[in-house]
Design a protein around this ligand. Structure first.
Ligand SMILES: Cc1ncc(COP(=O)(O)O)c(C=O)c1O
Length: 398
């Protein structure tokens, strides 16, 4: 579908998801192993329509809050395909997870008793193997001192305690970080996971039935960036695990970004174009409120003028947002034809952790999202209005 048609019908900024890209990724993951459950890392973009699409393909959902759980339940994801995470689960979250029949991933020793009390039946134990993933430090999750999971000794203790109180400890989990582009550290994590499992088998007589290898596969955001093929990345880990652990075991994978990241492109309208201090700026009608990743993680993106994509670049432009911070820059240097007010700027690979992390900074309503397939666009998230924001103000209600 033409970007100009989408922009006219749904407005900008608009996150446009390609259904076929999501489906191709989901199907490739499902083929990684004959006994794998793929659960979508809902945090990448919690959306009922996307969850439904994935559920119809046999995927489940990895959720970590009451909100994400509710999105998955509204998409009719069955309990046996729900994995509930969180480094600080509330009692209400544990009870809701239990009621939904989710597999709960225990992240702290005190969660053993609390999960039992909440009525949880089946659990995994999250191992923190002490590995520094090669990614931005804010999205590493398995280094020594991480707030997530349990170091090896505590993980073994959690297996012992949880079986002791009658929880069904089905297996172990590891997730070392996000936007990973190489497998080396993940392969090491698989080794450590197997070591802990072997230790539990030897010392406690407990044998895992499930290994959950988490998510984390990176996506390509710029033309010069390397990005792995997601299924090949996961396949390497699975192969390593199957080689090291030969007893029957079910696998779980939790991809988020690699399912939806590449599938999403954000469309903005260009407003002010100006030159100052040797910098050519093109400002768009969104920015850090719909994509905070450049500020949070130094994320880099490419852009093109969707309505003049076949014109050659005329120079390098800094793409600024509309927010009241100088740091509100989406792209430091985009090679573009001379942008003009009203042009459509498309920023690819913005389907994961963008709208999911959006804010209302500057009183800006969050954008809409559409799912495009076979020449048709379905609205999967409506645009917020200023009225939506004012609805949180009790002083003007009634
Ligand atoms: C436990 C867990 N599983 C899966 C994911 C999904 O990761 P990604 O979106 O990088 O695939 C995350 C994200 O941080 C996570 O914390």
């Amino acid at each position: 579908m033409r970007a100009s048609v989408l922009a006219r019908e749904f407005g900008t900024p608009l996150v446009v998801y390609c259904r076929d890209t999501v489906l191709a990724r989901a199907r490739a993951y499902a083929r990684v192993d004959p006994d794998v459950l793929v659960v979508y890392g809902t945090k990448a973009f919690a959306n009922v329509a996307l969850l439904r699409l994935l559920a119809a393909e046999g995927l489940g959902a990895d959720v970590s809050t009451l909100g994400e759980l509710e999105f998955a339940l509204r998409a009719a994801v069955p309990g046996e395909r729900l994995v509930f995470h969180g480094n600080n689960k509330s009692d209400a979250e544990l009870r809701a997870a239990a009621q939904a029949g989710a597999l709960v991933v225990l992240d702290a020793l005190d969660e053993v008793a609390r999960a039992k009390q909440a009525g949880v039946e089946a659990v995994l134990i999250r191992l923190t193997p002490g590995i520094e993933a090669e990614t931005h430090h804010a999205i590493r999750t398995a280094h020594a001192g991480s707030k997530f999971g349990l170091a090896a000794d505590d993980a073994v203790a959690a297996v012992r305690d949880a079986t002791g109180v009658g929880l069904d400890v089905t297996g172990l989990h590891v997730h070392i970080g996000s936007q990973l582009v190489r497998t080396s550290e993940s392969l090491l994590a698989v080794e450590r996971l197997v070591d802990v499992a072997q230790h539990c088998r030897d010392e406690l007589g407990w044998t895992p039935r499930v290994f959950n290898l988490g998510g984390g596969v990176g996506v390509r955001q710029t033309l010069d960036a390397a990005a792995p093929d997601p299924a090949a990345f996961a396949g390497e880990l699975v192969q390593q695990l199957r080689a090291r652990w030969t007893l029957p075991v079910r696998l779980i994978l939790e991809p988020g970004r690699s399912l939806v990241g590449q599938a999403g492109t954000t469309l903005y309208e260009v407003g002010v174009v100006k030159r100052t201090g040797g910098i050519a700026y093109a400002a768009v009608d969104g920015g850090m409120s719909d994509n905070p990743r450049p500020q949070l993680y130094g994320s880099r993106y490419e852009a093109l003028l969707a309505n003049r994509a076949d014109e050659p670049p005329a120079g390098t432009f800094r793409i600024a947002g509309k927010h009241c911070e100088s740091g509100d820059v989406l792209i430091e240097a985009a090679e573009l034809p001379e942008p003009r007010r009203g042009d459509l700027l498309a920023v690819p690979a913005t389907g994961g952790y963008t709208l999911a992390m959006a804010s209302n900074y500057n009183g800006v309503p969050r954008p809409a999202a559409v799912l495009v397939a076979e020449g048709r666009a379905e609205l999967i998230r409506r645009r917020e209005s200023v009225g939506d924001l004012l609805a949180f103000e009790p002083s003007i209600q009634g």
